[in-house]
Design a protein around this ligand. Structure first.
Ligand code: SF4
Length: 417
């Protein structure tokens, strides 16, 4: 904006469209490519003059994108977002070349003042970039580099600016949030960061995503339990429970470790909402291992759970492993996991009937007097909602109290009290 450009959310009138792509798994790549093709069509139907692809797909396959998708005018890698405006200038100057901007993974891709695209009342706060772990299925360290924490003063400044702009919920993200600070402060510093974020006026909720189980410390649990602004919610991707498979995945945790950490979290915060992610059909997974996983899910009763069919990514160790599982089996196992989780989610939700919860209002349904909100158990886009009836007008971004009257598989239904 400072350089004379205006951000708009209508692709049909945009001169430049920037697509932030993903290449984590095959489905995400496919979605990114589809989006590029769809947006490229605005060169014919709209007033599009330049299509720029950023993010992981751009970092991983810059030349393939330019060769196979001629509608793309420039690619910008994951550590080069600060070059975006310069690249837009170049594309609009139309010198007949297609810029490829790729930097090494030293430093952080910072881009000055933050522009909010989440709707105004919640914001993701990126606290680090890259990852030092080397899970054998994962391409991320190769396209985002080693772990680099954002200095705490920069995060706090950004959080204060977001709060001044009306943000009430901060969602902490990184490839892994739990080792924040280790590289620049010599110790895991997420509790210090959280304590300081809690001091910011205007912020009501702070939520932590992508916590590696083994890295969750007693200090972090204690901080979460004692700070009222921190949601009793943690996203802790475990990928599987079978020890042989976890080892082959390059994970540093065992089934016993996962159970122990979940137990600690529940003891410290009996109302903790545990979210996890699982991979179905990793090379070498057998029917017995899959059954073990189903039993584990039944026993653990995660509040939230997402499952993915293993995606064989070129350049990873797991892609070269023997005993790759057929796509059909992978998808069948994934569907079985999700069907089981649906039952568990409903049971968990039924346990909330009659309880009073704080609700963060997000919007209104077409039906008269019904508002959509989230409780501390709901991360935007990945978890559920609570539908609240109220006999007064509620604003998006408002916190209210609601009593839960009914539940669905993933959502709750309640009334304002
Ligand atoms: S910890 Fe996460 S980002 Fe890092 S290698 Fe493993 S799966 Fe990838």
């Amino acid at each position: 904006m400072d350089r004379g450009y205006t951000i708009c959310d209508d692709e049909s009138i945009a001169d430049i469209i920037v697509i932030n792509s993903c290449s984590f798994i095959a489905d995400a790549m496919e979605e990114s490519i589809q989006t590029i093709i769809e947006m490229g069509a605005y060169k014919e139907t709209g007033q599009l003059k330049g299509l720029i692809v950023t993010g992981c797909l751009a970092q991983r396959f810059p030349q393939d994108i330019l060769k196979d998708l001629p509608e793309v005018d420039a690619v910008i890698g994951t550590n080069s977002y600060d070059e975006l405006v310069k690249t837009i200038d170049e594309v609009l100057a139309n010198k007949g070349t297609k810029p490829v901007v790729l930097k090494d993974f030293k430093g952080l891709p910072r881009n000055g003042r933050r522009v909010l695209t989440t709707g105004g009342h919640f914001a993701y706060l990126k606290i680090a970039e890259g990852c030092n772990k080397r899970c054998t299925y994962c391409i991320i360290p190769y396209i985002r580099g080693d772990y680099r924490s954002v200095p705490m003063e920069d995060i706090l400044l950004e959080a204060k600016e977001l709060a001044e702009a009306g943000v009430k919920e901060l969602i902490l993200v990184a490839q892994e949030t739990t080792v924040y600070g280790q590289d620049i402060y010599g110790k895991k510093s997420i509790p210090d960061l959280l304590n300081k974020l809690c001091e910011i006026d205007g912020i009501n909720w702070i939520r932590i995503l992508y916590a590696y189980p083994e890295e969750i410390t007693d200090e972090l649990i204690q901080c979460m339990a004692s700070q009222p602004k921190i949601c009793h919610y943690i996203d802790m991707p475990i990928q599987h429970c079978n020890d042989t498979l976890l080892k082959k995945m390059g994970r540093k945790t065992s089934k016993a470790d996962i159970m122990a950490i979940a137990d600690k979290l529940k003891k410290a915060m009996p109302d903790i909402c545990l979210r996890t992610t699982l991979i179905c059909g990793f090379p070498g997974e057998t029917d017995e291992m899959h059954k073990e996983l189903l039993q584990f899910i039944s026993d653990m009763k995660f509040d939230r759970l997402g499952a993915f069919a293993y995606s064989r990514e070129d350049g990873t160790v797991a892609a070269k492993m023997d005993n790759q599982v057929d796509d059909e089996i992978k998808n069948l196992w994934k569907d079985e996991v999700m069907a089981l989780q649906k039952e568990i989610s409903l049971q968990n939700n039924e346990g909330f009937i009659g309880r009073e919860l704080d609700v963060f209002i997000e919007g209104k349904l077409v039906d008269e007097g019904v508002f959509v909100g989230r409780t501390y158990r709901d991360t935007p886009s990945v978890d559920g909602f609570i539908f609240v009836s109220a006999d007064q007008e509620l604003e998006s971004g408002q916190f209210i109290k609601a009593r839960v009257n009914a539940s669905e598989d993933y959502d709750l239904i309640g009334e304002m009290i």
